[in-house]
Design a binder for this molecule. Structure first.
Ligand code: FES
Length: 576
C-alpha cells in the first residue's frame, strides 16, 4: 500500500502493516472503501448533528453529501460520525443542560478515531458552541459549517420570526387579542423550510460569531438552508477542510483573544443573543484564551447595532443574507476601527482581507453607521450587591424608559411558583414592580433554562402593559425581548444574594451606571442568609448529578470545571 502524504495522525491507525493496521482498514472496507483511500490522504471527520429530534439540523442528513464531494475533490477521505445532537425546541428541561455533554461526545469522538481534520456541522443554538468547544479541546484543524437559517416565516401576508412571534402570539392569546385557531394556524407559517431559527436568535448569532471568530468560510453563516448556495458552501467547506490539514491550520491559530474581540463586537453590531456571552466564555476556556464579562462590556461599548433583525428589529435572516450578511457588518466595524484586522481566518486570509470590499445591498437591513438601530448595541454587564459576579442585559431588546428603574420586588421562588402565581388576579403587582425569579440558574433548574423573559401578569397585559423589569439567574431565548436582567451570578441555588430577595424589597436597576442593587440593609441580609439552605440537586445520580456538581457559574461560561482547557489529540493507545 502506497503512502502518499507523510506522517498524518490517521497513519497511527491506517498506515500500519501489522495486525492492528489490518483491523483498522479491514473493517472500514466493509463499507466499500477501496484500498487507495487508506494511502495517507487527509482523513476528514464530519461531526454530524443530524437528528429528527433536532429539526433545525435535520437537513444535515443530505447536506453532508456535499461536504463529502468537496473532501473527495480535494484529495481527502471523508468519514461522517454522529455526535450528541441537542435541539432547542424539544429537549427538556433545556438543551443547555446537554451542551457540555455534546461537547464531550465531540471531543472524545475526534480524539479516539483516525481523524486528521474536522468539519463541524452546526445550526441549532447549542450545537455550535458544543462542537467548537469539543473540537477546541482537541485542537485539530477544524472548520465550521452552519446548516443555515430557515426561510422567512409568513403569516397572513406578514413576515413572522422564529420564537419572537411565538412569544408575541402567546401573549396576544392571553390578552384575548388572538384566537386559538389563528394561533395554531401560525405554526406551519413560521417554520416553512429546513434550517435553524431565522431571527437573530442564538442560532443565527452563534453561527455568525463562528464566522466572525474566523472558523467558517467568509459569507457562509447567513446563507439560507434552502438556498442552493448552502450546498455550494458545504462543498467548498469540504475542500477547505482538506487544505487546512495540509497547512496544519489548527483552531488554536484562529481562536485568539483578538478573534474573540472581533466576535464580541460583531455580536453588538448584530444585536445578537445574550446566550453568546456564556458560549464564547466557554469556547475561550477550551483554548486557554483569557476572556471575562468585563471584556464583553468594554469591547461592546461604542458598537452600534446595525442589523435590523428581529427580535430587536424588523427583518429576518433571509433579508440579512440578501443585504450582504456578516461580511458587510464586519466591513463597517473595520471602517470604524472596531475590528482587529489582522486576525487570521480559516481560509488562510486575514479577516480584513475577507471583508474589506464586502458590499451592502440594503441599508434598511444593515444600517449605515450614522443611522443605527440602537446607538449602544453592546451587551451590558451589571454588578452590585444583587449580582456580585455579574449579570447581563441586552439594551437593544429593552425599553429605554426602564433602563433606570427602582421598584418593588415580586418574587417567584422557582419556575413552578411563577406558573402557579403569575395569573393570580390577587397578585400584588403593577407595571412599576420588578419581577424576580430564583432557582433557574445552571444548578437550580438544572441547565439554566430560557425562562428569564418570564411572561407578564395577564392582568397587566390586558391593560396594555408591554414590558417590565425582570431579574433572574436564568437565560433567555435569543429570539426574546424585554428589559430583562439575566445570568445573575452567583445563582440562587449556589447561595447568591438573589436567593435572599423577598416580596416587597426595593430593587434598583441603573444600566448607564452598570448597577443592580437590592436595597436591603446588610444585617437583614445576614439574617436571611443564616436561614437559607441550598436546594437539593434535581437528581441524586446520573448525568444530572455530574452536571450539578461540576457546572461553573454563568460568568465562567457554564462549562464543567474539569473540561476547561485543551487536551490535544495525540492518538490514544491501541485497542487490540
Ligand atoms: Fe433550533 Fe431555534 S430551535 S435554532
Amino acid at each position: 500500500m502506497a503512502t502518499n502524504e507523510g506522517d498524518r495522525r490517521s497513519r497511527a491507525w491506517f498506515g500500519r502493516l501489522d495486525k492492528n493496521g489490518f483491523i483498522h482498514r479491514s473493517w472500514m472496507k466493509n463499507q466499500g472503501f477501496p484500498d487507495h483511500l487508506f494511502d495517507g490522504r487527509p482523513v476528514i471527520g464530519i461531526a454530524n448533528t443530524y437528528s429528527e429530534l433536532t429539526p433545525c439540523n435535520a437537513h444535515f442528513k443530505e447536506l453532508v453529501e456535499w461536504v463529502k464531494r468537496g473532501v473527495y475533490e480535494a484529495g481527502g477521505f471523508p468519514l461522517e460520525f454522529p455526535v450528541f445532537s441537542n435541539g432547542e425546541s424539544n429537549l427538556r428541561p433545556t438543551s443547555m443542560l446537554y451542551r457540555n455533554l455534546a461537547a464531550m461526545t465531540v471531543e472524545e469522538a475526534i480524539r479516539g478515531n483516525p481523524i486528521d481534520g474536522v468539519v463541524l456541522c452546526t445550526g441549532c443554538d447549542k450545537t455550535t458552541p458544543a462542537l467548537l468547544m469539543g473540537a477546541a479541546s482537541c485542537d485539530l484543524p477544524s472548520i465550521v459549517l452552519s446548516g443555515g437559517p430557515m426561510l422567512s416565516g409568513n403569516y397572513k401576508g406578514k413576515p413572522i420570526g422564529s420564537g419572537t412571534d411565538v412569544f408575541k402570539f402567546a401573549e396576544a392569546v392571553k390578552a384575548g387579542e388572538m384566537s386559538l385557531q389563528d394561533f395554531m394556524e401560525a405554526e406551519s407559517c413560521m417554520s416553512r423550510s429546513a434550517g435553524h431559527c431565522m431571527t437573530m436568535g442564538t442560532a443565527s448569532t452563534m453561527n455568525a460569531l463562528a464566522e466572525a471568530l474566523g472558523t467558517s468560510l467568509p459569507g457562509s453563516a447567513a446563507i439560507p438552508a434552502a438556498d442552493a448556495r448552502r450546498r455550494q458552501i458545504a462543498h467548498l467547506t469540504g475542500m477547505r477542510a482538506v487544505a487546512i490539514v495540509r497547512e496544519d491550520l489548527r483552531l488554536s491559530k484562529i481562536l485568539t483573544r483578538e478573534a474573540f474581540q472581533n466576535a464580541i463586537r460583531a455580536c453588538g453590531a448584530l444585536g445578537g443573543s445574550t446566550n453568546a456571552v456564556i458560549h464564547l466564555l466557554a469556547i475561550a476556556g477550551r483554548v486557554g484564551v483569557p476572556l471575562s464579562l468585563e471584556d464583553w462590556d468594554a469591547w461592546g461599548r461604542g458598537v452600534p447595532t446595525l442589523v435590523d433583525l428581529m427580535p430587536s428589529g424588523r427583518f429576518l435572516a433571509e433579508d440579512f443574507y440578501y443585504a450582504g450578511g456578516l461580511p458587510a457588518v464586519l466591513r463597517r466595524l473595520g471602517e470604524h476601527e472596531l475590528l482587529v484586522k489582522d486576525a487570521l481566518t480559516i481560509n488562510g486570509k486575514t479577516i480584513w482581507e475577507n471583508v474589506k470590499d464586502a458590499p451592502c445591498w440594503n441599508e434598511e437591513v444593515i444600517r449605515p453607521w450614522d443611522r443605527p438601530l440602537v446607538v449602544e448595541g453592546g451587551l451590558v454587564v451589571l454588578r452590585g450587591n444583587l449580582a456580585p459576579n455579574g449579570a447581563v442585559l441586552k439594551p437593544s431588546a429593552a425599553s429605554p424608559h426602564l433602563l433606570r428603574h427602582r421598584g418593588r420586588a415580586v418574587v417567584f421562588e422557582d419556575i413552578d411558583h411563577y406558573h402557579a402565581r403569575i395569573a393570580d388576579p390577587a397578585l400584588e403587582v403593577d407595571e412599576t414592580s420588578v419581577l424576580v425569579l430564583k432557582n433557574c440558574g445552571p444548578k437550580g433548574y438544572p441547565g439554566m433554562a430560557e425562562v428569564g423573559n418570564m411572561g407578564l401578569p395577564p392582568k397587566l397585559l390586558r391593560r396594555g402593559v408591554k414590558d417590565m423589569v425582570r431579574i433572574s439567574d436564568a437565560r433567555m431565548s435569543g429570539t426574546a425581548y424585554g428589559t430583562v436582567v439575566l445570568h445573575v451570578a452567583p445563582e440562587a441555588a449556589a447561595g447568591g444574594p438573589l436567593a435572599l430577595v423577598r416580596d416587597g424589597d426595593q430593587v434598583e436597576l441603573d444600566v448607564p451606571a452598570r448597577r443592580l442593587e437590592l436595597k436591603v440593609d446588610e444585617e437583614e441580609l445576614a439574617r436571611r442568609r443564616a436561614a437559607w439552605s441550598p436546594p437539593p440537586p434535581a437528581m441524586a445520580s446520573g448525568y444530572w448529578k455530574l452536571y450539578h456538581d461540576h457546572v461553573l457559574q454563568a460568568d465562567r461560561g457554564c462549562d464543567f470545571d474539569f473540561l476547561s482547557g485543551c487536551r490535544g489529540a495525540a492518538p490514544p493507545r491501541d485497542s487490540h
